[in-house]
Design a protein around this ligand. Structure first.
Ligand code: AVI
Length: 329
């Protein structure tokens, strides 16, 4: 599954038209799928923020701890850094943690935030404005897909080094060819000597992964099922949400947690805006997300294939998470 790939060019289309096209395309594949990028409407984003606070989901906690403990080292490696870029800043808290932990006092910094969501850009900008000494930080927002945003940054960057952050194990939502292609595009937008910090969740015992993606409070289940709510609301569909159940499975051979929605009974679903009718039998599934889990050396290898050289790697052994710093070769 390639959650960030669109089946056709999206030139000139509204976001809603593209959503309808994607739903029509992915729901008629075998197996049926939906791209995970559509989880993040307002409710889905709030549910994801809640997931990040769950005790069973260690990614956010581990990453924040590493950034707080190692921030100074990370920024020292990237010196002389004048530009920070974050792809998908979320609430901006991780970036704020890094800046607080390691920014040289008095240093002026330009921070570029790239996200398709204006709400995320607004929230992250406010988080940075609340930092001590915000006057030494110029924040520029780019409401854009990651690659397009990075190209815009490359066009207007000044002299000095740039450190780009791709955190939260977002790389895990790309399949291996998608991750390779994406990281190559990131490399192409950077200059030699620029650095990239990538957060990746690591392979860990299956029961831990199971709890992280099928939590006892049912927050991840709600996050998954909300995708059908979104299709009902935005595309006028009539999914019976109560009859779709969340399933998370660890696929060891592919090194990924898969999330699926499973029909509990036979259903005929109409999706008018996608000009689509779909029949489900009890037990039929829709594959909604893959979260690839890495081994520390795999992270170095995938970044190496994209044209980066390793600088350092920090591992949180408790939650099984890695921050990897590489330099554009
Ligand atoms: C955003 N992404 C890295 C999360 C993940 O872990 O794959 C999304 C998520 N899906 C279920 N829980 C969290």
């Amino acid at each position: 599954m390639r959650p960030f790939a669109a089946p056709v060019s999206d030139a000139g289309r509204s976001a809603l038209e593209q959503f309808a096209i994607d739903v029509e395309y992915y729901l008629t594949l075998t197996p049926r799928q939906l791209p995970s990028r559509y989880f993040y409407d307002a409710l889905g984003s709030a549910l994801f923020e809640a997931i990040c606070r769950l005790p069973w989901y260690g990614i956010t906690r581990a990453e924040r701890d590493l950034l707080a403990r190692r921030g100074q080292e990370i920024l020292a490696h990237a010196e002389p850094v004048s530009t920070l870029v974050e792809l998908g800043p979320g609430s901006g808290e991780k970036l704020a943690t890094l800046i607080e932990a390691g920014l040289v006092p008095g240093r002026r910094l330009t921070v570029h935030l790239i996200d398709v969501s204006p709400a995320a850009l607004d929230l992250a900008s406010r988080t940075l404005a609340a930092l001590e000494a915000p006057q030494s930080i110029d924040v520029v927002t780019h409401q854009a897909a990651y690659e397009a945003g990075l190209e815009a940054v490359a066009r207007r960057r000044g002299t000095g080094r740039m450190l780009t952050l791709f955190l939260g194990s977002n790389i895990g939502n790309f399949d291996p060819p998608g991750a390779d292609a994406f990281l190559r595009n990131v490399r192409a937008a950077l200059a030699a000597g620029d650095t990239l910090l990538v957060g990746t969740d690591l392979v860990k015992p299956e029961p831990e992964l199971q709890m992280a993606y099928d939590d006892p409070l049912g927050v991840t289940a709600a996050f998954n099922r909300n995708l059908l709510m979104r299709i009902n609301r935005e595309l006028g569909a009539d999914f019976n949400i109560n009859e779709f159940h969340h399933r998370a499975v660890w696929n060891a051979a592919e090194s990924r947690v898969e999330m699926h929605l499973v029909a509990g009974s036979r259903q005929h679903v109409r999706i008018p805006a996608a000009s689509l009718d779909v029949d489900f039998d009890a037990g039929d599934t829709i594959w909604t997300e893959s979260s690839y889990k890495y081994r520390p050396d795999d992270v170095i290898a995938v970044l190496g294939r994209a044209g980066f050289r390793p600088m350092d790697q920090w591992i949180d052994e408790i939650d099984g998470f890695a921050l990897t710093l590489v330099v554009a070769a």
